[in-house]
Ligand binder design. Structure first.
Ligand code: ATP
Length: 260
């Protein structure tokens, strides 16, 4: 396949716990190409977060091979191949929004003018111009999550890994952020890996939907989206959207059926 950005070959990960081994991932094969928007969906505990963390070198596979931009996950981390957005914004309350976005850049040794330029650019990308001087507690939950996305974008990695970034937000804010994220993806051409529990969110955002099932966590189906790249929110009422959502729901149900 062309331009494989993430290539997983029979990746398994077993956690050793006091209660015995937990097979979080089992024989996961997946190729993600440049510019893909890939969502991972599945019931709680099916290994979505673990797979994202494995790509980000926050966990180590116990078997199989995983390449990120042609490198091992650890090399890719050192090469700053990806930005990572967590479930909670995780902004430091004593730093301004600009200060929070700038922090990883300071740690990486970017110069002060370079940092300032990057902070301005990413604030604009997430539609937070003028908010750099505010503190996190002065912003709404949705704005804080946008700031955390800006922080992950600031060093301009080609890959953005997002672990249920909008799960804690109300539906209206979530809709707006979904629209904004799609726009950002189109503008930047980044490759995005996105964990979600929501079928509509996965269908709305993705070029490919990876359906996972638990115990052991594995991929049961990969669904390629047939929706056009330009997606106004009301595309969710279209027959094609509803058909795709149905396909994802069926795949989730089948995966669960095996889980005995
Ligand atoms: N550090 C760890 N030590 C032991 N077990 C773990 C660890 N991390 C995750 N697990 C277990 O691995 C399995 C997969 O967890 P993971 O968080 O990846 O699932 P998930 O699909 O992201 O779930 P959710 O949707 O609830 O976030 C679960 O059974 C979980 O309890």
């Amino acid at each position: 396949m062309m331009n494989a950005v993430i290539a997983a070959n029979a990746v398994s990960l077993t956690f050793q716990t006091a209660d015995g081994p937990v097979h979080a991932l089992k024989d996961v094969d997946l190729t993600v190409c440049q510019g893909d928007f890939v969502s991972f969906i599945g019931p709680s505990g099916c290994g979505k977060t673990t797979f994202l963390r494995t790509i980000a070198a926050l966990e180590m596979p116990t078997a199989g091979e995983l390449m990120v931009n042609g490198m091992t996950p650890d090399e890719a981390r050192k090469a700053r191949a990806y930005g990572y957005v967590f479930q909670a914004p995780g902004l430091y309350p004593w730093r301004t929004i600009a200060g929070n976005i700038s922090l990883p850049l300071e740690i990486m040794g970017f110069s002060k003018p370079d940092r300032a330029e990057r902070v301005d650019r990413v604030l604009e990308l997430v539609d937070l111009e003028g908010f750099g001087g505010r503190f996190p507690w002065q912003l709404s939950g949705g704005m804080q999550q946008r700031a955390s996305i800006a922080r992950a974008l600031a060093f301009d990695a080609d890959i953005l890994l997002m672990d249920e970034p909008f799960g804690a937000l109300d539906e209206i804010v979530r809709d707006r952020l979904n629209e904004a994220l799609l726009e950002l993806w189109r503008k930047t051409g980044k490759t995005i890996g996105f964990v979600t529990h929501s079928i509509p969110e996965a269908v709305y955002l993705s070029t490919r939907i990876v359906v996972m099932s638990p115990r052991p966590g594995r991929i049961t189906r990969v669904i390629d989206s047939t929706l056009p790249a330009a997606r106004p929110l009301d595309i969710r009422d279209s027959p094609e959207f509803i058909r795709l959502a149905h396909e994802v729901r069926e795949a989730l149900r089948e995966g669960h059926g095996d889980d005995t």
